[in-house]
Design a binder for this molecule. Structure first.
Ligand code: HEM
Length: 210
């Protein structure tokens, strides 16, 4: 279902461009605030993970929010979900480029306490981000067929949500922020499951009436 004329004027590729420019602005500003390159890179990696998190949450919750709170705002969020999803992918592209630069320039710091196996969840996340990005265009929905497309986007979204949970969980001892990040992601998952239950209940009650 699409909502053509609801919500604010910021939409489509303009919205994508603005969000992407904001990601670059936050990453660049963060790097300029540090004198040591290694700390500049690490803090920019953290900042781009956080911009990714914010953008991902909006796409993850869009349909649930319309189900639970159908307002012009939530309908506009659902209408723009694709462009927010692409902005999330861009933010994580920057996260990836910064990580590769950090690993290249400071291999001893990057690999300190990190095993190759520790990169498996993150790499799986990037594989799904790539697949979801490539298939975020109407021609790909037609090529794949709606059922396969829906399965890929639903599975990919839940895998990425799980990786955000894991990324915050494994950093819990480092800073109270990670408990906040972890709690927000878990609350978002609960909200999404609540919306799914509400839809199912609504459908079965409608089936009961008919
Ligand atoms: C192989 C792929 C990946 C690698 C090597 C990687 C590496 C890193 C590194 C080194 C940091 C911390 C920087 C620091 O504090 O020094 C970081 C932070 C983070 N990454 Fe990634 N990452 C990867 C993929 C992902 C993916 C796919 C996600 C989410 C879907 C993600 C989410 C996060 C989060 C949430 C943080 C914490 C940000 C914060 O401090 O608030 N990462 N990553």
């Amino acid at each position: 279902m699409t909502y053509p004329n609801s919500g604010s004027g910021l939409r489509g590729w303009t919205l994508f461009l603005l969000m992407s420019l904001l990601v670059l602005l936050f990453a660049t500003t963060t790097m300029l605030l540090h004198t040591e390159l290694v700390e500049a890179l690490r803090s920019a990696i953290r900042v781009t993970a956080r911009t990714s998190f914010a953008l991902f949450l909006l796409t993850f919750l869009a349909s649930s929010l319309v189900t639970l709170v159908p307002t012009n705002g939530t309908k506009a969020l659902l209408r723009e979900r694709r462009f927010l999803g692409l902005a999330f992918a861009f933010s994580h592209l920057v996260h990836g480029i910064l990580i590769l630069t950090y690993a290249q320039l400071f291999p001893e710091t990057f690999w300190a306490g990190r095993t190759p196996a520790a990169n498996i969840p993150g790499s799986t996340g990037y594989l799904f981000i790539l697949l979801l990005t490539i298939t975020s265009f109407p021609v790909m929905v037609r090529l794949l067929g709606f059922r396969t497309w829906k399965w890929l986007h639903s599975t990919g979204t839940w895998v990425i949500a799980a990786i955000f949970c894991l990324s915050f969980y494994k950093r819990l001892p480092l800073h109270p922020w990670y408990l906040i990040g972890f709690s927000i992601m878990v609350s978002a998952i609960v909200l999404k499951l609540t919306a799914k239950t509400a839809i199912r209940a609504r459908k079965s009650s409608q089936a009961g009436v008919l």
